[in-house]
Design a protein around this ligand. Structure first.
Ligand SMILES: Nc1nc2c(ncn2[C@@H]2O[C@H](COP(=O)(O)OP(=O)(O)OP(=O)(O)O)[C@@H](O)[C@H]2O)c(=O)[nH]1
Ligand SMILES: [Mg+2]
Length: 375
């Protein structure tokens, strides 16, 4: 579906990213402008709910990036014009990818960088691998993170270990279904908040303004029913593993909060929710809130929150474009790019090298850091 009326687009990259976007679309029903990109033809056919386009097909024979970061990057670079054509009507692109694989980790920074160059804003959700997936995948994810921070306007990192916290004794299939459903329903709630004309609205333009001034963020959702639902829903939100870790609310510089409820939501309940949310945040936090009333939420209250760790003053943004003299420590995404365009050799011939602070990130970590591998 096209984004031309809303300016919003949801994009999955790689196998996990596309599956999550598909799950969010299925949870929402009609009306989500969404698309996916993957290198793996078999996986791309297994995402009911979203159309997934193959990238890097000539280079990778439609077989996936095989966990190799440079394959994902090259696939995105090969097919960048086609990728951007699918996103041409969007002003704000919400990107979802799972780090640890080659496509999500390699293609996502390339696509984010190109979207920024086209003047679009990006809100990027990435999961990082489970501890049990091993050190290699974790290191790959850690390697991807600086590039994502550099190219996304707002980056939300979701460690899978935190998403699954408390579910360790559950069967893997069941736990993963539940956790994916939770993430998908979070994205779906965000979409409802943005697209349903609310009494107090939080529209795509507001989100656009927030992600333009923010950097890193955390994401959480919570639901409650019953007489004390306005108290319990805030308690549930503040104790959700994704928002509890790193004291996300108590350290937030800005907060986007959506309250989604049925027609039975009382004014006093909104008051209680906001009072408790403010109490959980620093005094000078900037809060943007929206309320959506929809019959599908009858009897319950749901909260969706994006807690921003950074919040730039508007003047600073203006100063950035006019070369202003502000002395605030630059955020990762504003730092002068010290990655340089360099031409690779061999199978990387003609392709942009990833050089950050003089280090060539195309060289495997163990070689760059001179780590001896056990055999
Ligand atoms: N929550 C969740 N995580 C997933 C899912 N599939 C994969 N992951 C995670 O995502 C990481 C990357 O896997 P994929 O998304 O399949 O990798 P990819 O981006 O397709 O890359 P290649 O397969 O190498 O082309 C894994 O290490 C897992 O941590 C999923 O369905 N749900
Ligand atoms: Mg894959």
């Amino acid at each position: 579906m096209s984004s031309d009326t809303t300016g919003l687009m949801l994009v999955g990259i790689g196998g996990g990213g596309c599956r999550m976007v598909a799950a969010a679309c299925r949870a929402h029903g009609e009306g989500v402008a969404a698309v996916g990109f993957d290198t793996d033809e078999v996986a791309s056919r297994n995402t009911p709910g979203v159309k997934v386009h193959l990238i890097g097909a000539t280079r990778l024979n439609k077989q996936g990036a095989g966990g190799v970061h440079s394959n994902g990057r090259l696939a995105a670079q090969d097919d960048l014009p086609g990728i951007l054509a699918h996103l041409k009507d969007a002003r704000v692109v919400v990107v979802v990818a799972c780090l640890g694989g080659g496509t999500g980790g390699g293609a996502t920074p390339v696509i984010l960088q190109a979207l920024r160059a086209e003047g679009k804003l990006t809100l990027c959700f990435v999961t990082t691998p489970f501890a049990f997936e091993g050190a290699d995948r974790r290191q790959m994810a850690e390697r991807d993170r600086p590039l994502l921070e550099q190219h996304a306007d707002t980056l939300v990192q979701i460690p899978l270990d935190e998403l699954y916290a408390g579910q360790e004794q559950q069967a893997l299939a069941e736990a993963s279904r539940e956790a994916d459903a939770r993430l998908a329903s979070g994205l779906c709630l965000l979409w409802r908040l943005l697209l349903t004309p609310g009494y107090i609205s939080f529209d795509p333009a507001r989100l656009q303004n927030m992600i333009d001034r923010a950097g890193l963020a955390r994401f959480g959702v919570a639901a409650a029913t019953g007489a004390d639902r306005s108290e319990t829903v805030v308690a549930a939100l503040t104790s959700t593993p994704l928002l509890r870790k790193g004291a996300a609310l108590s350290g937030a510089r800005a907060l986007a909060l959506g309250i989604l409820a049925g027609a039975d939501l009382r004014l006093a309940e909104i008051g209680t929710i906001m009072e408790r949310i403010r109490a959980a945040c620093p005094k000078d936090v900037h809060i943007e809130m929206g309320v959506v009333l929809d019959a599908c939420f009858d009897g319950r209250v749901e909260l969706v929150a994006l807690a921003f760790e950074q919040w730039l003053p508007v003047e600073r943004r203006a100063g950035m474009t006019t070369g202003g003299e502000y002395s605030v420590e630059p955020l990762a995404k504003e730092r002068p790019r010290d990655s340089k365009l360099q031409v690779g050799s061999g199978k990387f011939r003609g392709v942009e090298k990833t050089v950050i602070k003089g280090e060539d990130f195309d060289i495997p970590t163990y070689q760059r850091l001179h780590i001896r591998l056990e055999r």
